[in-house]
Design a protein around this ligand. Structure first.
Ligand code: SF4
Length: 615
């Protein structure tokens, strides 16, 4: 392998945050003499990518393989990429400063649609042809995964293979298959074809899109690619010795995943649908891994992560045991995205013993009718009780997440957000001693609904951008001023997300055109240009505004029909109809199975740490 450090080092004097490009952090594993090299890439900057837990989990799994080196790759910021191009320095891995093009396999997670052009930027900087069919025998296999794999089509042309679902076991099978192919002297085409035999692996070159929009296999590839699910999350320990960055990163703390999946059933939420069923890790494992991780990394903050951590059936026990073990160390414990109805006084007190890390709640909608339509399953009384408990326990700031443009939303639902915020502020004030009320803050963050694949709202269109902006103005005017910080997610980038989330294989030409026109770091507002994207998509025959707004036939073909997430189409359709009637559906972790199809379809079951399903 070639080490390009001598060519990289002079560039570091010219760029901001040079620490982004240097390894030597605590916990780095180097295996320069390994026989097989994997690069794992997060398609954003170092400081964003280092917070990604999935990469840590996969790196830890790969480290269990003999003779395999796993190295990290992030996207160079625009100053560094310009310098690299000017000096013909290729994209390199952090651990050994090896050109990415010399790796055996390049794994790229696709966390959201706004990172798509970053993937092309990385391939180009690496000197790897953008389109899979243009790659030669010496190029690494480019394998995708992550949340966007559930509608892979807009990016399908750029990947040799895409893994759908949990990667703990599948990634090791991919590596084993590729190594066996290499040992047998198979061609690139044969190696890629062999990957299609692994459950959960989609090989786009083995599928064609018909005139009817249906993606069909050629030859003997499976008609549908079934999502991989790790049945028991406790099979593998959490990564307890991850790399500790020297530079500031987005979440600079120890993390332990406490459960995977969420079956609350919010109808807009893709993660809540495609990561079913709920699989909890036992309290013993969580406490063991948390302590080991804090010891190994030296962090003084611990985050217990998942889609809905407060739903863990043993969370109070976990927090109590961690509080005992960590007493006197000053370690703060945070629980992201608390469910309002799961927030109890003991939970608040247990968390309050630390340094009161951020508290965020997501009511999503202001009116009860709309909360029922989206199946948020939360009442205003529960919201206000949770706020009262949090502020009684000592919090002085809370962040609330809402969405506008949800299916069935009316103007009354939008202004109801402001009315709810006003009552939240009043509840927070009442629970705060008079002398401390000056520091009270309610941050309100409002995003725009994006229809996502494999959700009950997958057939819905997005509100036209002009209408989104009108509703934003209406909400701003209705929102109380005092103590409230209101921010909106950019409607233009939400429009792009909708196009790419709904898009088929034809969208790839638009992504490529946008990148050629200079699009990169689209999730960074200073780099995003809706006009550039609109033009690029138009060059690929896509009218972005019309495409995002189009509602689809609930019985017609969808670009992701060949991806089997386990959810039954009949369940999704029934849930969409219940939304129109504002009827809620219960969480199956708390009660009976509601028939989404995942458990029987994928041969898995809900795993509750205490052993018994709650009911
Ligand atoms: S099949 Fe039933 S128990 Fe399993 S995730 Fe779906 S609704 Fe829940």
């Amino acid at each position: 392998m070639n080490d390009v450090w001598e060519r990289v080092e002079p560039l570091l004097r010219q760029v901001e945050r040079p620490a982004r490009y240097v390894d030597r952090e605590w916990g780095v594993v180097r295996r320069p003499d390994a026989g097989y090299h994997v690069a794992l890439m997060y398609p954003d900057t170092y400081e964003v990518g280092m917070a990604n837990q999935a990469l840590q989990v996969l790196a830890a799994r790969l480290s269990t393989l003999d003779d395999v080196a796993c190295e990290r790759v992030f996207i160079p910021w625009v100053d560094m990429s310009a310098a690299m191009r000017a000096h013909e320095v290729p994209l390199f891995t952090l651990e050994s400063c090896t050109p990415v093009a010399e790796m055996d396999i390049l794994g790229i997670t696709l966390p959201n649609e706004l990172t798509y052009t970053n993937v092309l930027e990385a391939l180009d900087l690496a000197g790897i042809p953008l389109r899979a069919h243009d790659r030669g025998e010496t190029h690494p296999l480019v394998v995708g995964g992550g949340p966007c794999s559930h509608n892979p089509e807009p990016m399908a042309a750029f990947f040799d293979a895409i893994l759908v679902g949990d990667g703990e076991e599948a990634l090791l099978e991919i590596v084993a298959s590729h190594r066996a192919s290499m040992a047998a002297g198979l061609s690139r085409e044969e190696s890629v074809r062999a990957l299609a035999g692994i459950d959960g692996v989609y090989v786009p070159s083995l599928y064609l899109v018909g005139d009817d929009g249906v993606v069909r296999p050629v030859d003997d590839a499976p008609a549908r690619v079934t999502r991989r699910v790790l049945a028991d999350l406790d099979t593998y320990v959490s990564p307890t010795c991850p790399v500790v960055p020297y530079a500031d990163v987005v979440h600079d703390r120890a993390t332990v995943e406490v459960l995977r999946g969420c079956s609350r059933g919010c109808r807009f939420c893709q993660a809540g649908m495609v990561y079913r069923p709920v699989r909890e890790r036992p309290a013993d494992s969580i406490v063991r891994d948390a302590i080991a991780s804090l010891r190994c990394t030296g962090y003084e903050e611990l985050s217990l992560t998942s889609l809905s951590t407060a739903d863990h059936s043993q969370l109070e026990e976990v927090l109590r045991r961690l509080a005992n073990r960590l007493e006197g160390t000053g370690t703060a414990i945070s629980v992201p995205s608390l469910r309002l109805d799961s927030f109890t006084v003991p939970l608040a007190r247990l968390l309050g013993d630390g340094r009161k890390a951020g508290l965020t709640f997501a009511p999503e909608a202001g009116s009860q009718r709309l909360r029922d339509a989206i199946n948020k399953n939360i009442t205003e009384e529960e919201i206000l009780t949770a706020v009262d408990q949090a502020f009684t326990a000592g919090w002085r700031r809370v962040k609330l997440y809402f969405m506008i443009g949800l299916p069935t939303e009316t103007d009354e639902d939008v202004t109801a957000i402001a009315a709810l915020v006003e009552r939240v502020f009043a509840a927070a004030r009442a629970a705060t001693p008079p002398g401390e009320r000056g520091g009270l803050r309610v941050a309100v963050s409002v995003s725009t609904f994006v229809p996502k694949a494999h959700t009950p709202f997958q057939w819905d269109g997005q509100l036209p951008i002009e209408e989104v902006r009108r509703r934003q103005v209406m909400l701003r005017q209705a929102m109380p001023r005092k103590g409230v910080e209101l921010s909106f997610h950019d409607a233009g980038s939400s429009l792009l997300e909708a196009v790419l989330a709904k898009g088929g294989r034809e969208a790839a030409a638009g992504v490529e055109a946008a990148w050629h026109a200079g699009a990169v770091f689209d999730a960074w507002s200073e780099h995003f240009s809706l006009a550039r994207w609109t033009e690029a998509l138009a060059s690929a025959g896509i009218d972005a505004a019309a495409y995002a707004a189009e509602a689809r036939d609930r019985h017609g073909a969808l670009p992701w029909d060949h991806i089997d997430s386990g959810l039954s189409p009949a369940f999704l359709r029934a849930e969409r109809e219940r939304a129109d009637r504002a009827e809620t559906t219960a969480d199956c972790t708390f009660g009976d199975c509601t028939g989404c199809g995942v458990c029987p379809g994928l041969g898995v079951d809900v795993v509750v740490a205490g052993g018994e399903r709650r009911g």
